[in-house]
Design a protein around this ligand. Sequence first.
Ligand SMILES: Nc1nc2c(c(=O)[nH]1)N[C@H]1C(S)=C(S)[C@@H](COP(=O)(O)OP(=O)(O)OC[C@H]3O[C@@H](n4cnc5c(=O)[nH]c(N)nc54)[C@H](O)[C@@H]3O)O[C@H]1N2
Ligand SMILES: Nc1nc2c(c(=O)[nH]1)N[C@H]1C(S)=C(S)[C@@H](COP(=O)(O)OP(=O)(O)OC[C@H]3O[C@@H](n4cnc5c(=O)[nH]c(N)nc54)[C@H](O)[C@@H]3O)O[C@H]1N2
Ligand code: SF4
Ligand SMILES: [Mo]
Length: 696
Amino acid sequence: MSDSRRSVRAVCPHDCPDTCAMQVTVEDGRATAVRGAPDVAITRGTLCSKVAHYLERTYSEQRLLYPMKRVGKKGEGRFERISWELALDTIAEKFRQLAATDPRSILPYSYAGTMGLVQGSSMDRRFFHRLGASFLDRTICAEAGYQGYKATIGATLGTDPEAFADAPYILIWGSNPVVSNLHLWARIVEAKRKGARVVCIDPVRSLTAEKSDWHLAPLPGTDGALALALMHVLIRDGLVDEDYVARYTTGYAALKRRVADWTPERAAGETGLAAADIEQLAREYGQDGRPAAIRVNYGLNRCAGGGSAMRAISCLPALTGHWRWPQGGILLSTSGTYGTDSHALERPDLYPFDSRFPPRHVNMSAIGDALLEADDPAIRAIMVYNSNPVAVAPDSNRVRAGFAREDLFCVVHELFQTDTADFADILLPATSQLEQWDIHKSYGHLNVMVNEPAIASLGEARPNTWVFRELARRMGFTEPCFAETDEEIGAQAFRKDHPRSGNIDMASLQAQGWQRLNVPTPYAPFAEGGFLTPSGKCEFYSDTLAHQGIDPLPHYIPPREGPRSNPALAAKYPLAFVSPPSRHFLNSSFANLPRFVAAEGKPWLDMHPADAAARGLQNGARVRIFNARGAFHASLRVDAAHPGVREGVVSAPSIWWQKLSGDGCNANAVTSQAPTDLGKGATFYDCLVEVAAAAD
Ligand SMILES: Nc1nc2c(c(=O)[nH]1)N[C@H]1C(S)=C(S)[C@@H](COP(=O)(O)OP(=O)(O)OC[C@H]3O[C@@H](n4cnc5c(=O)[nH]c(N)nc54)[C@H](O)[C@@H]3O)O[C@H]1N2
Ligand SMILES: Nc1nc2c(c(=O)[nH]1)N[C@H]1C(S)=C(S)[C@@H](COP(=O)(O)OP(=O)(O)OC[C@H]3O[C@@H](n4cnc5c(=O)[nH]c(N)nc54)[C@H](O)[C@@H]3O)O[C@H]1N2
Ligand code: SF4
Ligand SMILES: [Mo]
């Protein structure tokens, strides 16, 4: 390669389990190609159809290149260029004023625009901790499922994704890997070639369901009932690994009593599945003498009982002893395999603990209510980065109303002028992954990877860490951690004293670009117990939950919005609405770029032919999807030969930008801010609607 042409190691920063290793070709200072690194496990040289075109995002003419201040009305999206000096001075001055009265009136709002440990959660957290700002509870995606899994298994450790390639039986549950976990799907295809049977549980006929050997379509939010009935049959029919259960689990006798009346017939009444199918699934899954691997994902944790459902499902591999094999067990997330040093990265010790201002937490999944109603104290300033809440947070009419408050000082740091950016008072330009340094863990494999900057910042774009370093300086925060470089922060990301991360060192990382955690290959994390719960066992019975006043045994919580919990609501709005990830968007990222919008086409609503006929609706009709919270429009897709959804369910692939959706609204116009059972997560898929022909 000539001097002017080089190859740089990078990492896909998006909120996707695959965390791909990328190679960027740079010629004369300009990135000219991005490809998957061939030498890194999992990625094996392929990127998905979004990031394969990453240069279109990086060099998009829509990139924000300069700091700006609002000149139009709130939300109008009219701005004029200002200097970084003026932008940062304005923010610091406002924060200083507010902090003098009550620093908790300032709220950070960020999620997973980049998953990098440095640009995602380091200097920003240090800054807001030191300031004494309100804490943001980052619950919008995974909290319920995480809590349910943790109560049972102790941490998010699970089956090595690479091992799926050798699994003879694979159960894909609330997950659509063809769309949202492509490299795991590649392993599953390998397994299929070797003869594996693949079963998918999803109310939607997803691309994954379509390619599976057997698709079961329960009603959304009823997975807990299905899992309890599977345990009922496994126990009733003697398909339990009694030796594994005796050695490595707690509470089996109590679990047995709990599931005794969870017959397949009872679960059929909740889930809308046939009792015979539930019986068959239990017998297949529990078959003696061969491992079964479950891929469970957060798709099923977005309902009122999402935490309990995950807890019940995560009991299954211990009951059957499938954990004995590397190709058995269950995979939710690999995130807990890493010994991430979040204390060093985020420095919670900098929080001032002033007795006048006891710590105040704000739940990001109910940001609409928080902006409109919080009064202890009211939120007076919000700083948004790595997120697009106006498009992605539930109940968006409330969210918009909150952001539209004239007395709210709003800062947005972004690559693009998103729905949220339109509400900014100060809008700051952010760098893309090709312009910044970072270190990455993954929630879908077991490697650590380093992202080197490939090109100079475009325009005056700056990384998150730079912005918070500059703000810290202006606020007079003199602690040495505010002067650390990105590499210095990154070097502290993993604990040296941790059994699985102690091998990670910056020198080999930078030489090789990636390192596998200190775990064996093949890896069977709980073949001989060693669960990360307080008892060290898989906890069918959880003392921890009992102490919190929560039912300590797996149980079923039906959807909050359903005929069982709320018959009056179900009579008015009879369809269960889900809005799962689109193939060509990543949450709301990519949903402004021409290639990806063209690939998705337009906002769709998938409906079963019987539900369409009952409403006199035809394929292709423009429809209005509505409930008491709001409404949005989409084009109806009714496939008579292969219905896209089960009866009683409608699905709108998401997340479209509101301002690019024709009517200024997206799926979150109808979703609810009500929390899940565990973790106060978001309940995007616990949502009843009615659908009618659009008036226009
Ligand atoms: N292309 C693409 N990839 C993505 C994303 C994206 O937006 N686009 N988003 C990323 C993010 S943030 C996340 S959290 C991950 C995973 O995001 P998840 O939300 O877990 O999404 P999927 O893995 O696509 O699987 C969700 C599947 O669950 C189904 N589902 C919905 N409700 C239920 C239910 O109650 N029970 C059951 N059994 N199934 C249900 C949906 O129909 C869907 O097919 O994907 C990441 N990857
Ligand atoms: N209806 C419905 N709503 C949903 C979901 C659903 O399934 N249905 N899924 C939910 C889930 S699982 C999640 S995780 C959330 C996702 O919500 P978000 O994490 O908000 O995800 P994105 O919409 O991708 O927005 C991330 C933003 O960060 C910006 N960004 C990227 N890199 C950087 C950077 O380095 N610095 C700064 N300052 N900004 C950067 C991107 O340009 C992008 O606009 O949405 C949730 N909302
Ligand atoms: S979005 Fe996921 S599959 Fe696509 S490149 Fe990034 S990590 Fe890989
Ligand atoms: Mo997510």
